[in-house]
Design a protein around this ligand. Structure first.
Ligand code: NAP
Length: 329
């Protein structure tokens, strides 16, 4: 396992973080056996993962509750990152919601507390006031943001320090490369990549876009004709499945699973601290953690970038995976 620190803090985290959304949201992700979820958390820890990502909104608090239950005996050894409910960016709401997360997580401090999404009706300095107070009180060790683009990030940094920016980034969703990664690097803000496997596309499990469950096929990667898609864009299905054929060939030549190769590619990118990989069971958790032991050569990294360039071009710089009218500015 490789480790890094978050922003300018001394909080040391594994570069593979376990994402804990899919284990509690069957509507989007399909049925989940709780024993498998617990096994995934334990297998992650056993493989050196000390960083777990959750949010108040995942399963209406169920993800935080599950993590709290499983990780309580190991609290000192793990780093818990959670996110504020997106509708609660006002000062008093943020403070109240932090208390609720603390209770669900069964802890008296949260290592990393992030604004989940910017709210256009709430000025940044109002949420920052709440975060500052929580820092002073020791209820959170570090403050962070998520889904902040090249306009919002500097505006937020003007009022308060953020240690991380959690954004969608994978070989099949490279919008952050246009502008945001450089900005994060210049400001010492660690990039945490969500959906690093493009919601399982990069594991090679789907033969075609028709095989992808509707809840996942609603992102801009897919055609707007997919049942739950609302973005009105053509998507990049043809380019994606062409790219995946090439990624598979590279994975076979390297003798590693596609998921590991894809995560290892991400860990080589500018400003990237961690990949937040969603795992549903022990096998997936172990495989994902193993990505941090791969050291891809510059040639392989370059080859994989070339394989997905057409997808990058088709989807463009919009950082919002779901909407054409980007919420990420
Ligand atoms: N800040 C935000 O706004 C935001 C948004 C989205 C996600 N996130 C965070 O990022 C985390 C990860 O993102 P994500 O869950 O959207 O997508 P992801 O990590 O790209 O994909 C997760 C899915 O990939 C499959 N998978 C994972 N490891 C595998 C392996 N080794 N072999 C085969 N299949 C594997 C599983 O699919 P199956 O279910 O088909 O088995 C799993 O549900 C979330 O859990 C959450 O913590 C944050």
């Amino acid at each position: 396992m490789q480790y890094t620190t978050l922003g300018q803090t001394d909080i040391e985290v594994s570069r593979i973080c376990m994402g804990c959304w899919a284990i509690v949201d069957p509507q989007t992700w399909g049925p989940q056996d709780e024993e498998d979820a617990v096994a995934a958390i334990n297998a992650s820890r056993a493989a050196g993962v000390n960083f777990f990502d959750t949010a108040a909104s995942y399963g209406d608090g169920a993800s935080e509750e599950l993590l709290g239950r499983v990780l309580e005996p190991h609290r000192q050894e793990v780093v818990l990152g959670t996110k504020l409910l997106s509708s609660c960016n006002r000062r008093d709401e943020a403070i109240r919601e932090c208390e609720n997360s603390l209770r669900r997580l069964r802890t008296d401090y949260i290592d990393l507390f992030q604004i989940h999404w910017p709210d256009r009706d709430v000025p940044f300095d109002e949420t920052a006031e709440a975060l500052d107070r929580l820092l002073e009180q020791g209820k959170i060790r570090a403050a962070g943001v998520s889904n902040f683009g090249p306009k919002d990030l500097p505006a937020f940094l003007d009022v308060m320090r953020t240690e991380v920016n959690q954004i969608a980034y994978s070989m099949l969703f490279r919008a952050p490369e246009y502008e945001l990664l450089s900005l994060c690097e210049e400001n010492d803000v660690t990039v945490l990549c969500y959906s690093p496997l493009a919601e399982a596309l990069l594991t090679g499990k789907f033969e075609s876009a028709d095989d992808v469950p509707a809840g996942r096929a609603r992102t801009r990667l897919y055609s707007t004709s997919r049942p739950q898609a609302r973005h009105g864009e053509p998507g990049a299905e043809k380019e994606i499945f062409e790219a995946l054929r090439r990624v598979r060939e590279v994975a076979e030549a390297e003798g590693v699973p596609m998921a590991q190769l894809s995560l290892a590619w991400l860990l080589k990118q500018k400003a990237v601290g961690c990949a937040i990989a969603g795992a549903r069971n022990e096998r997936q958790a172990r495989e994902n953690a193993g990505a941090a032991d791969l050291d891809l050569s510059a040639d392989v990294v370059e080859e994989l970038s070339r394989a997905t360039d057409a997808v990058k071009e088709k989807l463009g710089p919009n950082l919002d995976m779901w909407q054409a009218d980007s919420r990420i500015q």
